[in-house]
Design a protein around this ligand. Structure first.
Ligand code: SAM
Ligand code: DTB
Ligand code: SF4
Length: 324
């Protein structure tokens, strides 16, 4: 089966059946087509370094079953108010000096509310953009005016994940639905901000749910420019604390399928990377991943050890993508 696309033929009309066929290929075949497309659209020696910062932590009214920041569960995450602007700019400067070219600020909000906090986030965006870095925010649901204001402040990307298939979604989150998520993505697109949208594997979903998520992402037109593939970070106190560990090859398969369907997008190794062996991470790069989060922490959970990361990238012969 020929699953390749050319630069001029990015497809947005994938059927679930086609995606199922791609996902279910023997792994070497799937990796081969992913790698071919990866090389057509990206420099295979470069990996973008991104850095996450939780600008407002914990106490979130949503009930996302995976999330340590939900107020519905008793976890070790300490609640905090919105960070001061200076702390964020200093953090971004440090991240830049460590090779990051993109900063993503997350807030434990269901949605953005107009007011002092939003004004402060807008100023954070302006300051990070002034450093010449890409700046991404993940603040929950947004309306058109708020998206426009973020665009005017210099926001590069807005992260808003679909997380899993429409069918499985209700088993993970009951306080909002798929339509709510899609409406925010439309507002972001309308404002001219690029979209960062992906999901989580290892929630207890089936192959068909992963295929369903990839179908949703790959039929967005344009595709999300950035596709974070998170592996569940199992956090004590959340309902998914005792979830079965994910088979790393399922993670690799999901990445390779994303690369086949959305060849021009950045596919990002996100949460859960610290649980993968170096060999599994190497396979993720073969599968077409081209970005990772650096630094000791994600939003609230630990990331892979920075020294181990440096050794891993060196042993794989990969280099950071420079600032554009
Ligand atoms: N509150 C905003 C929202 O949910 O859109 C933004 C922050 S939220 C922490 C961003 C994303 O982090 C979620 O959409 C989810 O995909 C991911 N995430 C949260 N907890 C996770 C976990 N334990 N393991 C893997 N991914 C997780
Ligand atoms: C995304 O898809 N992954 C990042 C980012 N978007 C905001 C967040 C991962 C969070 C992992 C759990 C934590 O550290 O709290
Ligand atoms: Fe809140 Fe986002 Fe966590 Fe859901 S994923 S509980 S919306 S911080």
């Amino acid at each position: 089966m020929n699953v390749s696309a050319t630069k001029s033929s990015l497809r947005h009309d994938w059927t679930r059946e086609e995606i199922r066929r791609i996902y279910r290929q023997p792994l070497p075949d799937l990796l081969f087509s992913a790698q071919q497309l990866h090389r057509e659209f990206h420099d295979p020696r470069r990996v973008q370094f991104c850095r996450l910062l939780s600008v407002k932590t914990g106490g979130c009214p949503e009930d996302c079953a995976y999330c340590p920041q939900s107020a519905h569960y008793k976890t070790d995450v300490a609640r905090g108010g919105l960070l001061p602007i200076e702390e964020v700019t200093e953090f971004a400067e440090r991240a830049r000096s460590e090779g990051a070219t993109r900063v993503c600020m997350g807030a434990a909000w269901r949605q953005v509310h107009d007011g002092e906090d939003f004004e402060r986030v807008l100023e954070m965006v302006r300051r990070v953009a002034q450093l010449g870095m890409e700046v991404c925010c993940s603040l929950g649901m947004l309306d058109d005016t708020q998206a426009k204001r973020l665009a005017d402040a210099g926001l590069t990307a807005y992260n808003h994940n679909l997380d899993t298939s429409p069918e499985f979604y209700g088993q993970i989150i009951t306080t909002r639905n798929y339509g709510d998520r899609l409406r925010t993505l439309t507002a972001v697109r309308k404002a001219g901000i690029t979209i960062c949208c992906g999901g989580i594997v290892g929630l207890g979903e089936s192959d068909d749910d992963r295929i369903g998520l990839l179908h949703q992402l790959a039929t967005l037109d344009p595709h999300p420019e950035s596709v974070p593939i998170n592996a569940l970070e199992r956090v004590a106190g959340t309902p998914l604390e005792h979830q079965q560990p994910l088979d790393p090859l399922v993670y690799v398969r999901t990445i390779a399928t994303a690369r086949n369907l959305m060849p021009a997008s950045m596919v990002r190794l996100s949460a859960g990377r610290r649980s993968l062996s170096r060999e599994a991470v190497a396979l993720c790069f073969v599968a077409g991943a081209n970005s990772l989060f650096i630094g000791e922490k994600l939003l609230t959970t630990p990331n892979a050890d920075p020294e181990d990361d440096a050794a891993m990238l060196h042993s794989l012969g990969l280099e950071p993508l420079p600032l554009r």
